[in-house]
Ligand binder design. Structure first.
Ligand SMILES: CC[C@H](C(=O)O)C(=O)SCCNC(=O)CCNC(=O)[C@H](O)C(C)(C)COP(=O)(O)OP(=O)(O)OC[C@H]1O[C@@H](n2cnc3c(N)ncnc32)[C@H](O)[C@@H]1OP(=O)(O)O
Ligand code: CO
Length: 134
């Protein structure tokens, strides 16, 4: 089912400062900020030779990462995103195995313009898993 590691996401309280840290202190290539109001976040991608880091800042009143940052104000690793070739087949197999797919279970378009779904962290070793159709 799983393909490449697409990105590892870090939730941050200050996207500008985190972007500067990766760009200036770590010398990494960073994208422009990308507001995703339908997902309640603004993202910046740190482009690495073999994958990406997705820096996430809450956007709007109902951001799904707000509670995470209340628990961890300094930020932290928020989720990991794997690529899959067929997101609906992956979803149906995961549900058949009793894994919880978050939201209404229908893929939404993510930051890369591809369908994504999220799987409950309690079903995956305390790790929020995102799958993205490659
Ligand atoms: C799609 C655009 C972009 C992209 O890549 O293209 C993105 O990735 S957007 C990313 C932001 N969107 C999401 O994260 C959507 C999915 N996330 C959610 O629906 C919530 O974050 C949820 C339900 C996973 C957690 O929300 P919340 O913290 O408000 O819920 P609870 O307090 O009920 O948490 C339940 C339980 O899970 C633990 N938890 C929460 N978040 C995480 C996490 N990121 N990693 C690991 N564990 C997490 C939380 O501590 C609770 O545990 P408990 O032991 O019961 O206290
Ligand atoms: Co993501």
């Amino acid at each position: 089912m799983l393909g490449r590691l697409n990105h590892i996401a870090i939730a941050v309280s200050d996207l500008g400062a985190a972007t500067a840290l990766y760009r200036d202190t770590l010398g990494a290539e960073v994208s422009e900020p990308q507001p995703l109001p339908e997902h309640g976040v603004t993202v910046v991608f740190v482009v690495l030779p073999n994958t990406k880091v997705e820096l996430l800042e809450p956007l709007g009143e109902k951001s799904p990462i707000a509670a995470f940052l209340e628990r961890s104000p300094a930020g932290g690793i928020h989720h990991i995103c794997y690529e899959v070739s067929d997101i609906l087949a992956a979803r149906d197999r995961l549900k058949a195995e009793g894994k919880r797919v978050l939201g209404d279970g229908e893929p939404k378009i993510g930051a890369h313009g591809k369908p994504v779904l999220f799987l409950h962290p309690k079903d995956f070793n305390g790790t929020l898993v995102e799958i993205e159709e490659a």
